[in-house]
Design a protein around this ligand. Structure first.
Ligand code: HEC
Length: 121
C-alpha cells in the first residue's frame, strides 16, 4: 500500500514535469534579450522581409501569412534556413528559444509594423 502511494506520487510528479517541459507556448527569453531580438528582426530579417515585415526579397512575416503555419515549422525555417532559397540558417546567431520567441511575436503580431517603423529598441 505504502509502495503504491509512493509510486502514485512519483507518477504525478513525472507527469507534471513532462507537461511543463512540453509547454513551448511561452519562450524563456529575458527582457534584455527580447529588446535585442526586436532590433535584430528589424535590421537582420528586415533586410529581406522588409523593415516593417511586409515582404521584400522574402515573403511577408505578418500574422495574416504566418498564424496558420505550425510554429515548429517556422522555428526550423529560422534556425536551419530553406535550402535553395535566399533564407539563410540563423542557428549561429539565434538559440532555439530566441527563434521560438520571434515566431510567437510574428504569429501574434506583437512585433507590430508601427512598433518597427518607430524603431524597436
Ligand atoms: C537574405 C534574405 C533573407 C534574410 C536576411 C532572412 N530571410 Fe527569411 N526568408 C527569405 C526567403 C527568400 C524566404 C522564402 C523561402 C521560400 O521560398 O520558402 C524566407 C522565409 C522565411 C520564413 C517562412 C515564411 C513562410 O511563410 O513560410 C520565416 C518565418 C522567415 N523567413 C523568418 C526570417 C527571420 C526571423 C529572419 C531574421 C532572423 C529572416 N527570415 C531573414 C529570405 C531571408
Amino acid at each position: 500500500m505504502r509502495f503504491n502511494l509512493t509510486l502514485l506520487i512519483f507518477g504525478i510528479a513525472a507527469l507534471a514535469t513532462q507537461s511543463v517541459l512540453a509547454d513551448t507556448t511561452v519562450s524563456k527569453v529575458d527582457e534584455k534579450r527580447q529588446d535585442e531580438l526586436r532590433y535584430f528582426v528589424k535590421h537582420d530579417c528586415g533586410s529581406c522581409h522588409g523593415m516593417t515585415l511586409k515582404g521584400g526579397l522574402g515573403p511577408a512575416l505578418l500574422p495574416e501569412t504566418l498564424s496558420a503555419k505550425p510554429k515548429e515549422f517556422l522555428v526550423t525555417t529560422i534556425l536551419e534556413g530553406r535550402e535553395n532559397t535566399a533564407m539563410p540558417p540563423w542557428k549561429p546567431m539565434l538559440s532555439r528559444d530566441d527563434a521560438s520567441w520571434i515566431v510567437e511575436q510574428l504569429q501574434s503580431g506583437k512585433i507590430t509594423q508601427t512598433r518597427l517603423a518607430k524603431g524597436a529598441q
